[in-house]
Design a protein around this ligand. Structure first.
Ligand SMILES: [Zn+2]
Length: 271
C-alpha cells in the first residue's frame, strides 16, 4: 500500500511533467473507484494548467486555479507519466493528456483509490479537514505528541497513527520509528516523557525522510513504458520481520496486534 513516502515520491516524480502544461483531454475509462470519479474532471480540466502539485497527508493536490484535483492512491493505485499513444493496461482507469504529448495515467487494480474535484473557493476539502500537522513540517514535534497525549491511555503506536494527531504516519513507519526511539508500541501514550517524545518525533522524521530519499533513486520509473512505478523496498528493522533477530541486540522480534494492525517490535530494545 502506498504510504506517505511513496506519495511524496510520486509527487516529485510527476510534477515536472505536468506543471504548467496545457491539459488537452481527460479520459475516464472506469469511474467506479472508492468514490465515483466526477464528470467535473473531464469538464473542468481541459484548457487549464496545473500551477502546483502539492501533498497533504496521503492526498496529492493538483491545483489548476478554478479548483483542485485530489488524488488518493488507496491500496494499489499509482500515477505514471506515459508517452503518447501508449495503450492503456487493464487497470489504467483515468488519463489526463497534455499538449506535450505526455499523459498522466492513473492505474489501480483494486480501485480503492480516488480522484476527486474540489472547486476553488470552498475552503479545505472535507477529507482534509481535521488532519493533524505534516510529520515532516515545522508544526510537528515531540512537544506536540507530549501535549496531546497527557491523560490518555491509548497505545503510543495508535496515537502516532491517528491522522488527527499527525497526518500520514502509516503502519510500517510507526513500527520503524518506535523501534528507533526504543519505545514499546503498546505503552500508554500518557506515560511517556517529553524527552522520549522528542526522540520519537525525530525518529518519525528520520524513517520517512530516508524512505523518500530511497524513492528518489527510482524517480525515472515514473516515465517508464511498463512495469510498476517507483515504489521501493525499504531497509526495514522490524516491520515484516517477526520471529527474526533484532538488528541491535539479536533478541527474537515479536508481533502483536494494535488497532487491528500487525505490530513488530523488539522486547529487549523497546520499553
Ligand atoms: Zn533488540
Amino acid at each position: 500500500m502506498p504510504e506517505l513516502p511513496e506519495v511524496e515520491t510520486t509527487r516529485r516524480g510527476v510534477a515536472p511533467h505536468v506543471l504548467d502544461r496545457l491539459i488537452v483531454r481527460v479520459a475516464v475509462r472506469e469511474s467506479r473507484l472508492r468514490w465515483p470519479v466526477p464528470d467535473a474532471l473531464a469538464e473542468e480540466l481541459p484548457g487549464k494548467r496545473f500551477t502546483s502539485v502539492g501533498r497533504r497527508a496521503k492526498y496529492l493536490l493538483f491545483d489548476c486555479g478554478s479548483g483542485v484535483l485530489l488524488v488518493h492512491l488507496g491500496m494499489s493505485g499509482s500515477l505514471r507519466i506515459t508517452p503518447e499513444n501508449e495503450p492503456p493496461g487493464k487497470h489504467a482507469h483515468v488519463d489526463i493528456l497534455f499538449d506535450s504529448g505526455k499523459t498522466l495515467r492513473y492505474t489501480d487494480p483494486r480501485k480503492f483509490g480516488s480522484m476527486l474535484w474540489h472547486p476553488a473557493g470552498l475552503g479545505e476539502h472535507p477529507l482534509l479537514q481535521g488532519l493533524g500537522p505534516e510529520p515532516l513540517g515545522d508544526e510537528f514535534g515531540g512537544a506536540l505528541l507530549h501535549g496531546v497525549s497527557r491523560g490518555r491511555k491509548t497505545a503510543v503506536k495508535n496515537l502516532i497513527m491517528d491522522s488527527r494527531v499527525v497526518a500520514g504516519v502509516g503502519n510500517i513507519y510507526a513500527c520503524e520509528a518506535l523501534f528507533l526511539a526504543g519505545i514499546h508500541p503498546a505503552r500508554a501514550c500518557g506515560r511517556i516523557s517529553a524527552a522520549r517524545y522528542e526522540k520519537l518525533a525525530e525518529s518519525i522524521r528520520l524513517v520517512l525522510g530516508e524512505a523518500i530519499r530511497a524513492g528518489g533513486t527510482s524517480l525515472r520509473d515514473f516515465t517508464g513504458g511498463d512495469g510498476r512505478p517507483g515504489y521501493f523496498k525499504h531497509q526495514l528493522n522490524v516491520y515484516g520481520r517477526e520471529g527474526e533477530d533484532c538488528v541491535r541486540c539479536s533478541s527474537g522480534l515479536r508481533e502483536l496486534r494494535l488497532g487491528q494492525r500487525s505490530t513488530v517490535f523488539c522486547p529487549s530494545c523497546q520499553r
